[in-house]
Design a protein around this ligand. Sequence first.
Ligand code: NAP
Length: 239
Amino acid sequence: MVTGGSRGIGRACAVGLAREGASVVINYTSNAAAAEETRKACEAAGAKALIVQADVSDAAQAKALIEAAEKEFGKVDILVNNAGINRDRTIQRMSVEEWDTVVQTDLSSIFYTTNAALGGMRERNYGRIINMSSVIGQMGNVGQANYAAAKAGMIAFTKTAAKEFSRFGITVNAVCPGFVETDMVAALSEDIKKTLIGLIPLGRFGTAEEVADTVVFICKPSGAWYTGAQFSMNGGQYM
Ligand code: NAP
C-alpha cells in the first residue's frame, strides 16, 4: 500500500515495489489520470495493481482504504505512508486552515492508516511500515512551520510505533529525503531552486527513484534489522 502513489515519490515506490514482486495498492486523492499511469507502470513490471481513491486526512476514508486493500489482496504487508502536501507561509501569516490541513494530511493520516493496518499485520506477525518524513522535519525551515512540525511528528510517531510493534514482527522506519525533483519542488520559482541547490553539497536535487530504492531496501530481508530508524538522504544538506 502506497498512499499518494499516483505521482512523484509515491509512484516511484509503487513501481519499485512492483518490480520486486509485490502486489500494489495505489492511493490518490484527486489525480485519477496520474494514478492510472502508475497502475500501468506497475502492471508493466509484472505486478497486480489496484487504484483506490481516498483522502487519507479523513479517518473513515483511511480505514476504508486499508479495508479495500485487504479485500482485494487478503492482507497489507507493506504500508508506505507517503501522501503529503505543503502550504508554505511564515508563522505570522499562516492561517489556522493552512496549519490544520498540513498537519491532518501529513501527520494524522499516518495514525489512521497504521491503526487500520495493524490488526492484520499483528495476526500474521509481519509488517513493514515506512513513513515519508523530510529533512525539513529534522532541521526546520522558514515558512514551513506546519510542514516541519508534521514531518518531525512523523519521526516521533515512527520511534513510538517501532517500540510498540517490534514484538509483533513489524518494523517502522522513517525516510527523510531532502529536496527531490517532483511536482512539489517543481512548484518553486527558478530563483529559489537555484538557492536551494547551492545549499546541497552534492549540487543537485534527489530523484524519486533514489528515495524509492531506500524504501524497497527496507522491505527486503536485508532491511529486516532496521526499526525506528531515520534514513536521511539529502545530498549532504543536513548532517
Ligand atoms: P507530490 O508529487 O506532490 O505527490 C503527492 C502525492 O500525495 C500525490 O500522489 C497526491 O495525490 C497524494 N496526496 C496528497 N494529499 C492526499 C490526501 N489527502 N490523500 C491521499 N493522497 C494524497 O509529492 P512528492 O514530492 O512525491 O512527495 C511525496 C511525499 O514525500 C510527501 O509526504 C512529501 O512531504 C515527502 N517529501 C517530498 C520531498 C520533495 O522534495 N519532493 C522531500 C521530502 C519529503 P493526487 O495525485 O491525487 O494529488
